[in-house]
Design a protein around this ligand. Structure first.
Ligand SMILES: *Cc1c(COP(=O)(O)O)cnc(C)c1O
Length: 420
């Protein structure tokens, strides 16, 4: 383990956390398909329940295959610990709820993944928990939204579908000045583009369903803790027992002990296995997506049927400068949004595609298309859709790893099939 730090990311993504020696030479982790584990003595089981060993007890609590993935993802993001969960939403819900008490508030960007938006507005409001939503690129608005009830700041590395890129370093500084942690949903960038913990975020969350597993085969999530936030600093007296028990990993312990275990948001070890397998090609897949995305964005911009194209890789994009810095020059993400005349035209276009799949997913190795206003956001009222930047003329493309020319040809034939 000690020498892994010297490898570069694209090597680490394959080799970090692998231990074939302890897997009878296997180069992929064994799938421990077992609900519970045998304990040799009553003393051992008691010590394990008391948190004095890292042995496994019961799958809802921990599982050896899940732990392999947890160690690997913690290393890839530069965190001290991680917990995999049944979905990205499980990771978001557990992480936020572990910090929120009735009456608390938090500050978040207003361009959020659809289910996160629903959780923060419709669900949390039932428990008197208030999400103060601001433009995540407006640092002044973030600072002004923080008050004595604020428990954390939450942003996504690339807003979806607005494709805005907040400045993590500066938001982290604002949060820390006020004594609250910064939580970042890094699903759309992945650690290939961006490692938020290195820019000052305290906790990173992923939907592993997307780029990390990469094949649209599983649903999963993870929360990764940097282990450096000062929980004893004043606002978090409720963290005290967890600090006493786990020191720097107090917050991860609270998420695990209070929420993950008791809500039962367990990840299947088979999903962890497939995610570990998918991670082997993360760097390769991301490289190809980062090569394809600007080609497709540029192609769409040159088509007369396309009224506008939003892609952070364009020079004039308001988030371009932040994205260049924060994503290490490796790219601008795999999402592109663009406009056609109206919803009817969007529907005709999508139905005319032959290669590109219409799917409610993203981050797959296949290129995917969706009309957000009539699908994920169909139950939202017009005003809310407008504030989230979702017009009825908008199409979202999640760029995959196919040959870019074939993708452009598919876009072309579907565009040419539209009424003039
Ligand atoms: C998909 C997604 C989620 C939710 O993840 P699930 O695995 O579907 O629960 C959260 N955040 C972002 C940015 C996502 O793309």
């Amino acid at each position: 383990m000690a020498q892994e730090k010297t490898f570069r990311f694209d090597t680490q993504v394959i080799h970090a956390g692998q231990s074939p020696q302890s897997w009878e030479g296997a180069t992929l982790p064994p799938i421990f398909q077992t609900a519970s584990h045998l304990h040799p003595t009553a003393e051992n089981l008691s010590q394990t329940f008391a948190g004095q060993t890292t042995d496994h007890i019961y799958m809802r609590l921990t599982n050896p295959t899940n732990r392999v993935l947890e160690n690997k993802l913690a290393l890839l993001e530069g965190g001290q610990g991680a917990i995999v969960m049944s979905s990205g939403m499980a990771a978001i819900a557990n992480t936020c709820m572990a910090l929120l008490r009735a009456g608390d508030e938090f500050v978040t960007g207003n361009s959020l993944f659809m289910s996160t938006y629903m959780l923060f507005t419709k669900v949390f409001s039932k428990y008197n928990l208030t999400a103060r939503m601001v433009e995540p690129t407006d640092l002044k608005a973030i600072a002004e939204a923080i008050n004595e009830k604020t428990r954390f700041v939450f942003v996504e590395t690339i807003g979806n579908p607005k494709l805005d890129v907040p400045n993590i370093r500066e938001i982290g500084q604002i949060a820390h000045q006020e004594g609250v942690p910064l939580i970042v949903d890094n699903t759309l960038a992945t650690p290939f583009l961006c490692r938020p913990l290195e820019y000052g975020a305290d906790v990173v969350i992923h939907s592993t369903t997307k780029y990390l597993s990469g094949h649209g085969a599983v649903v999963g999530g993870v929360v990764i803790d940097k282990g450096e936030f000062d929980w004893a600093g004043g606002r978090f007296p409720d963290l005290k027992p967890f600090i006493d028990r786990k020191g720097p990993l107090a917050f991860l312990d609270k998420i695990w002990r209070e929420h993950h275990i008791n809500f039962g948001t367990t990840q299947s070890p088979f999903h962890s296995y497939l995610t570990t397998l998918g991670l082997d090609t993360l760097a390769l897949r991301m490289e190809r997506v980062m090569k394809n995305a600007p080609l497709l964005a540029g192609y769409l911009r040159g088509r007369p049927e396309v009224t506008w194209v939003n892609y952070p890789g364009f020079k004039e994009h308001p988030s371009q400068a932040t994205a260049v810095k924060q994503f290490q020059g490796r790219g601008f993400g795999g999402l592109i949004t663009f406009g056609l005349k109206d919803q009817t035209t969007c529907f005709k276009f999508i139905s005319g595609l032959r290669l590109i799949y219409q799917l409610a997913n993203l981050g797959d190795c296949k290129t995917l298309v969706i009309h957000p206003a009539s699908s994920q956001y169909v139950s939202f009222d017009e005003d809310t859709r407008h504030s989230l930047g979702i017009g009825s003329d908008m199409i979202r493309l999640s760029v995959g790893i196919e040959d870019a020319e074939d993708l452009c040809e598919d876009l072309a034939q579907a565009l040419e099939g539209l009424p003039r």
